[in-house]
Write a protein of this length. Structure first.
Length: 498
């Protein structure tokens, strides 16, 4: 086969941990090559080697048959390799254009003076925004954008480099179905231009839809590499996990208790309009909508991170006319943030410190932290959540999915009563997803309420007792389990009315 890119016998070790073991990976020109495997399998590490962020211990990389040296991200870029990282790496205070062109700003008449041609940069960014169907001003600071929109800025940044190899590491984790369609159209265009795309995703339906080739890795070794037509989804799952998968949505029937949270006529700064809903003990309420619909803002307002709001908030029957993060926490509310940001984690601290930070009292005596008690608590949660690392591992060194599980461990440890969980399983492999759903089941059976803010409609339909669909800051409807299909939800989320 004519391989545009070839990675040969790549081996990489972190400390004593062999993360990649003699990995061979090839991709053809103009092809979408899916790279899949469970959390911690080594996907991101392999691609970071290609993007010049890590050096392999051994192995070769060839482009069009010639060996190349990739010792830095800059060298990778010069060879035409661009990477959209799993976690968002934008400068929050800079605007969209500045982020897209940082360190490669277009110059005015470069032979004569070194002036940046901002006019051109803004113009080009506007063109990309239009091409992606995004109604955004190129001067808008990225910290005012939703997660999905931020991801698109990353995507534009990579696409605008005119690379001939683009690595997309879990690009759709924060995207809605509509946004995914846009991305897939762009991928189709890139293919026509002969760009090779390496596509990492845990969403296997996506892989079936767009990939030409697929490589499965497990524990740092290639298990299978073939054309997508040669495999079916169940076959891939089996190859990834080494075992068959049970029920994908293990929703339990839980007896509902008294109302824990009630929101009446809540409005906030034009972004939220007259929202009312309530949630009972033992209930899972789904909130969904396109990015920019206000789902995230609603959560932030209720947890005290944004405000002041108009309307009424009742927690366990008590009225709150305003709320701070501290008050929210004292009353059992917590916000488990989504993947793609390390928000909520101290990434340079070990797992155990991250887990206990929200509830120090549980591991302290007379004001001193007892590290052994802390380690034990962390070990217990690591086991329950099947986090693939020891309690003293630094969070930064964990794979994306395992970092997500640490956020979960933290809130489980804090005994939160009303959990707002954003994109609970984005970036989590299909086997561990069931673990997360079971953790959510455990939470609600022990008397907590869970608000699940998710773009994954099959998960919303499969796991929630009720679902609230948002559009443009409004609640467009609240439906009971079984009353709506994914298509119905999408209809309301796109502005449709009943
Ligand atoms: N900088 C690092 N230092 C030490 N260990 C690391 C580092 N980066 C990754 N690892 C370890 O390497 C293994 C593979 O991680 P990697 O991020 O490549 O997994 P992944 O397949 O991308 O998983 P996910 O689907 O969860 O993103 C994990 O065990 C991880 O803890
Ligand atoms: Mg990864």
């Amino acid at each position: 086969m004519n391989n545009f890119l070839e990675m040969r016998k790549i081996t990489k070790q972190f400390n004593d941990n062999v993360v990649l073991d003699q990995v061979d990976f090839c991709a053809g020109k103009g092809q979408v090559h899916a790279l899949i495997g469970e959390n911690g399998a080594g996907k991101s590490t392999l691609m970071k080697i290609l993007a010049g962020l890590h050096m392999p211990d051994s192995g070769d990389i060839l482009i069009e048959g010639s060996k190349v040296a990739i010792n830095s991200p800059k060298q990778a870029q010069e060879l035409g390799i661009a990477m959209i990282y799993q976690e968002i790496r934008l400068f929050p205070d800079l605007n969209i254009t500045e982020n897209v062109y940082i360190r490669r700003e277009p110059m005015k008449n470069p032979r004569w003076c070194k002036l940046i041609d901002w006019e051109k940069a803004y113009e080009d960014t506007q063109k990309y925004l239009d091409y992606f169907g995004l109604k955004l001003n190129p001067r808008r600071p990225v910290n005012t954008l939703g997660m999905g929109q931020q991801k698109f800025v990353e995507i534009i940044k990579a696409v605008s480099q005119n690379a001939n190899i683009i690595i997309m590491d879990e690009p759709t984790a924060a995207l809605t179905d509509h946004e995914i369609d846009i991305l897939f159209k762009v991928i189709g265009d890139l293919k026509k231009l002969g760009v090779t795309i390496i596509y990492i995703s845990h969403r296997l339906e996506e892989i079936k839809r767009i990939a030409d080739q697929v490589t499965v890795i497990r524990d740092g070794k290639v298990i299978q590499s073939c054309s997508i037509d040669e495999v079916d989804i169940n076959g891939i799952i089996k190859a990834m996990a080494g075992k068959e998968l049970e029920d994908r949505y293990p929703k339990l029937k839980v007896k509902l208790g008294k109302e824990q949270l009630r929101v009446e006529g809540l409005s906030y700064g034009g972004k939220l309009k007259d929202i009312s809903f309530s949630i009972k003990k033992g209930e899972i309420l789904g909130i969904t909508g396109l990015s920019g619909s206000g789902r995230r803002t609603l959560t932030k307002v209720l947890c005290g991170f944004e405000g002041p709001y108009e309307g009424s908030l009742y927690i366990n029957g008590k009225l709150f006319k305003s709320i701070t993060p501290h008050m929210a926490k004292l009353n059992g509310l917590c916000f488990v943030t989504g993947i793609g940001t390390s928000e909520g984690l101290i990434t340079n601290a070990p797992i155990q410190e991250n887990v206990t930070i929200t509830n120090m009292e549980r591991v302290s005596k007379l004001g001193f932290i007892e590290r052994t008690t802390e380690a034990e608590a962390a070990k217990d949660l690591i086991e329950r959540l099947e986090i693939m690392a020891s309690e003293n591992e630094i969070v930064n060194n964990l794979s994306g999915g395992n970092q997500k599980k640490v956020i979960f461990a933290k809130w489980l440890f804090a005994n939160a009563k009303i959990l707002f969980i954003e994109e609970p399983t984005a970036g989590i492999d299909i086997g561990s997803k069931v673990d997360i759903y079971n953790i959510i089941n455990e939470l609600v059976t022990s008397g907590a309420s869970v608000v699940m803010i998710s773009s994954d409609l099959s998960e919303i339909v499969g796991m929630c007792d009720r679902v609230m669909v948002m559009y443009n800051g409004e609640a467009r409807g609240i439906f009971n389990k079984g009353e709506v299909s994914q298509e119905d939800i999408l209809y309301y989320a796109s502005g449709g009315r009943g």
